[in-house]
Design a protein around this ligand. Sequence first.
Ligand SMILES: NC(=O)c1ccc[n+]([C@@H]2O[C@H](COP(=O)([O-])OP(=O)(O)OC[C@H]3O[C@@H](n4cnc5c(N)ncnc54)[C@H](OP(=O)(O)O)[C@@H]3O)[C@@H](O)[C@H]2O)c1
Length: 390
Amino acid sequence: MAFSTATPTAYCSRCSASNENLLPSSPFKIPRLGPSFWPWEKVKMGPLTVSPMGFGTWAWGNQLLWGYQEAMDGDLQQTFDLAVRNGINLFDTADSYGTGRLNGQSERLLGKFIRQKRVRGDIVIATKFAAYPWRLTPGQFVKACQYGFAASVTLTQHTLRLALHLFSELNWSSLDRMQIEQIGVGQLHWSTANYAPLQELALWDGLVAMYEKGLVRAVGVSNYGPKQLVKIHRYLKARDVPLCSAQVQFSLLSMGEDQMEIKDICDSLGIRLISYSPLGLGMLTGKYTDSRLPSGPRALLFSQILPGLEPLLSSLREIAQRRNKTIPQVAINWCICKGTIPIPGVKTVKQAEENLGALGWRLSSDEILQLENAARESPRKMIQNIFQTR
Ligand SMILES: NC(=O)c1ccc[n+]([C@@H]2O[C@H](COP(=O)([O-])OP(=O)(O)OC[C@H]3O[C@@H](n4cnc5c(N)ncnc54)[C@H](OP(=O)(O)O)[C@@H]3O)[C@@H](O)[C@H]2O)c1
């Protein structure tokens, strides 16, 4: 199944979240009228229908890179609620998201927010299963997903209380953590083809088993390069398992030959490309400069890339001003115009509200060209994920 990436161009000033912010200050807040995009802009992804943009939740539990604290949970719940109210139904997470004892926190929070908002049916959770070295068989991969570990613990909790404590929540499955009936998209977080080809086959069979058991509605991959993508697609197709999505780093800072080749393959095979890090981890928001860096490990990366980023940032700024948009809205809109589903990471209600303003309108082809020419002037691009294969 192949599909065209062309979707009708629409400017939806009625409901763009950003427009609300641009209204002259008034004591009255205009109520939201619904989704920030037109119904026909929804995207088919295998058997699922999703919003033209999802939200990423890597930061929800990650202290090291993103400075997460449990005190943020209330704000994150409001962020989730705002997204859902505005028609966003795709949320990306992973079983490895969350640092230390908070491992799995992103999945736990999503599950909790879904239950509290009572919106199970329509929400598509796309979680990623890590290709940990101890997940060596299809059965072990299925265990990473399915209910069960928590139930067995309940039965034997008196004798195993201490062991459970030591064992930590690392061993719980994604469905245990989220407490939902079924996962929308079960994605392989990365390929082991480069260093453990036999494990790779077991993981593929694990994905097949998850799908056949109905634990996931569709399957996807992440960090797969063009060659591996074609191989896994063929393998799954032979087993009647449709590959619905491929997730790669895709942004104005990550638009190399590989990304474009992956996009072409996706289009010809009917796979949706999900753009991760569409804001270049925050560099494409315009709020960081080489003298105003984020705290933590991002500072080192940003200090190398940001000095050469001025041509791109000024193009983004110029287009944003002309369009009455903001820089992140333009950067995200570029990903949509390239026919991908961006999943910007959001940490606050304000960021989610602003990013919703990337929907309901389209950059012109001249603006796209202007941005891409400016991006090519940047001497340094994003570092690719170490797990990205060819
Ligand atoms: N498959 C994979 O291997 C993989 C790898 C990476 C990411 N992902 C997925 O993709 C998602 C998005 O990527 P990402 O989080 O790496 O990077 P990103 O989307 O490029 O950047 C997100 C960060 O930018 C800042 N931000 C977002 N919106 C903003 C706004 N409107 N104004 C100002 N700042 C804003 C926030 O951080 P600050 O406020 O701290 O600057 C936010 O956490 C992740 O959450 C994850 O779900 C997948």
